[in-house]
Design a protein around this ligand. Sequence first.
Ligand code: CP
Length: 316
Amino acid sequence: GKSVISLDDLSISQIRELLHKAQYIDSHRREVAHTCDGRVLATLFYEPSTRTRLSFETAMLRLGGKVIGFAGSQLSSASKGESIADTLKTVSNYVDVVAIRHPKEGAALVASRAASVPVINAGDGGHMHPTQTLADLATLQSRFGRVTDLTVGLCGDLMFGRTVHSLIETLCRFGNVHFVLISPDELKTPQYVLDRIDATPSCSYTEVKDLVSVIGDLDVLYMTRVQQERFFNEDDYLRLRDTYILDEDKLQLAKESMAVLHPLPRINEIAVEVDNDPRAAYFEQVKNGMLMRMALESSVVGDELPGYEPLEAKEV
Ligand code: CP
C-alpha cells in the first residue's frame, strides 16, 4: 500500500473506486466486518480532533482490525523532543497503517518518508486534509449524483482552512467547477490554490466578500470555521470570527437544491436552526467520512472487501 498525503497521491479512477466501495460498505456492513482481521491502525494525533480520529478508528474496528495511538502529544515521547521521523520508524514496527494529524504543514510527508507502512494525512497544519475531501466528494455524489458541473461557494477562512485547499485541488482534477471564493481580505485563498484553478481550463473562480449577494447562484455552499489555532494575533481572530453566519434568513435566498457542507467543528458560522433545513448536509458528511475511511484503510493495506465488484469491471 502507499501513503496518502494529498489526494494527488490517488488517480481519479482510484478516487471513483473509493466512492463506489464506500457505497458498497454502507449496504454490506456485516459482510465487510472481517475484511481487516489481524490488521492494526495507529492514530498519531498531535492536534485536537473529534471526527477524524474517531472515524479513522471506528473504520478500522468496523473492518475487524484493531487500533492503537495517542491523542495529544503531551503523553507521547514527542513531549520529550522525539522527532516525527523517529516516532514513525518506531510505530512502523507495530502497525499496518498510520493516520497522522500534526499542526505543521508537511509533517505527514515527513512521516511517510520515515515510515515503512502506509501513512494517511489526517490534516497537516493549514495545508491539506485529504480524507475530509473524500467525505466531501461522497456527499456531493449522493446529493447531486456527480462531483462536476457545479457552482461551489466556499465561505470563511479560505487561507488557513485546509479542507478548502484539498477540496479545490481535487475538484479541479474532476473538472467543470466554478468556485465562488467568499472571504474577508485577510483570509483569502492562498496563491498556490488559485494557481491550481488557473491551470485547469474547465474551472474558474471569482473572489467576493459578501455571501448574501452570491448565495442564490450556488449549488454548494461550503462553510468553514475561522481557524483560531493558526492565528498569530487574538485581536484579528476576534474581529474576523463572526464575519459570516449562515441562518434561515440567508438560506431563503438560496436554491432549494443547494447543499450546505461544513467539515465541522462549527462555532457560530452556521446557526443551529439550519440543521433542520433539508439543504443541511454536514452530518451526512460525517457519516460519509467514516465510510470513505473504511474504503481507504482496507485499500491501502491491500484487503479486498468480500463480495465487492470493482467499478472498472462493472463498466465493461
Ligand atoms: N472535520 C474534522 O477534521 O474534524 P475534527 O477536527 O474534529 O477531526
